[in-house]
Design a binder for this molecule. Structure first.
Ligand SMILES: *Cc1c(COP(=O)(O)O)cnc(C)c1O
Length: 357
């Protein structure tokens, strides 16, 4: 069976070596040494100032929204994983969808201004599949209208834009380290910011509001992650370059085998150093996409419709239209991509696709 992704698991001995340390110290969670080490290594690797390792990418978004004190209307993308929208609604804000750019499938910055009202407090956008949003245009809009910017960078681990980490853009960025993501800790996520004041707020908000064992600075939640998850991250991080390299080779092979069949892919900025987090493929219509899925499934190959349906369909948001996102959501499919997908399997997958078209 071949799934859309396969979790990279380190050699078991590497993980158990960390477990032995955890057993010796008898320290399982609450800011242990592995958690500190992972945060330090991630900060250095990604080149960011503040990074908080939290329980998952959804909680990262929710804590970021709380720390930024968002309220009222929040402009966001209808084309992302559901957690982007649900976090906004969960924190009591109203998601206002602005349609996506048909090339990048990220929020279309040229459509944002007309959606801004007196109630708007922020823009929450996703770097879809790891392709950066129009970060400069969004920054100008945010400055002009005094809005906060939060990026859901769940797909953008190690993505660089114009030579620097894409995580530098916006007031806060969040990452997911879920087992299906490029870099993972089993379950996990992170909140990233360059702003010292925000970082301080995030640090206590992610730890029940604690400032020392008997003092509370304000309201907080349990956002912590454990030594067991940090250990996984410490095993996976040194392999990330290798993992990306293999995914790049697989993606290049897919590109060459699939060209000339009327299929397209979202287009990222040429100034991006990409992480090959996904291999999305756009079909001319939903009928063809469904035929291809059926053919692949018959061969025990299970791609995923990331992201389907468009988030405008959620029953807890106001009915809104986003024709570009709705069209893309109906026609897009992410093909299997992992650290050890064999060239032979890629050939098999593409042969089934071409045959079913
Ligand atoms: C995976 C993902 C999330 C949620 O992350 P979890 O760690 O699974 O909670 C949020 N946004 C996007 C775009 C994602 O792909």
């Amino acid at each position: 069976m071949i799934n859309v992704t396969k979790t990279y698991l380190p050699p078991l001995a590497e993980y158990t070596a960390y477990l032995e340390g955890i057993w010796e110290r008898n320290w399982v969670t609450n800011y242990g040494p592995l958690m500190q080490e992972l945060e330090d290594k991630l900060k250095a690797y990604l080149g960011v100032k503040h990074l908080f390792f939290v329980a998952n990418g959804t909680l990262a978004l929710q804590i970021a929204i709380k720390a930024l004190e968002l309220r009222g209307e929040v402009i966001t993308t209808p084309f992302s994983y559901v957690a982007t929208t649900s976090s906004i609604a969960w924190e009591g804000c109203k998601p206002i969808f602005v349609d996506i750019n048909p090339q990048t499938l990220c929020l279309d910055a040229s459509l944002v201004e007309r959606a801004i009202t007196a109630e708007t407090t922020a823009i929450v956008a996703t770097h879809v599949y790891g392709n950066p949003c129009e970060v400069e245009a969004i920054q100008l809009l945010a400055e002009k209208h005094h809005l906060k910017v939060l990026y859901d960078a769940a797909h953008a681990f190690n993505v660089k834009y114009k030579g620097q980490s894409v995580l530098h853009f916006g007031h806060v960025s969040t990452l997911s380290f879920h087992a299906t993501k490029l870099f993972h800790t089993g379950e996990g996520g992170a909140i990233v910011t360059n702003d010292d004041e925000l970082a301080y707020k995030i640090s206590y908000m992610a730890n029940f509001g604690h400032d020392g064992p008997e003092r509370f600075l304000g309201m907080g939640i349990n956002g912590k992650n454990s030594e067991l998850h940090a250990a996984m991250g410490l095993c996976v991080l040194p392999k990330v370059e290798e993992i990306i390299q293999h995914r790049r080779e697989v993606s290049t092979l897919y590109d060459s085998l699939l060209q000339g069949h009327g299929l397209t892919k979202p287009v990222g900025s040429p100034e991006t150093s990409y992480n090959y987090a996904y291999y999305p493929l756009l079909f001319p219509d939903e009928e063809k996409l469904l035929a291809v899925i059926a053919a692949l499934n018959a061969h025990q190959i299970f791609p995923r419709r990331y992201f389907y349906p468009a988030l405008t369909n959620l029953n807890y948001v106001l009915p809104q239209q986003a024709p570009v996102a709705q069209s893309a959501a109906a026609r897009i499919l992410c093909l299997p991509l992992s650290h050890d997908l064999a060239a032979e399997t890629v050939r098999q997958i593409t042969a089934v696709i071409i045959d079913a078209l």
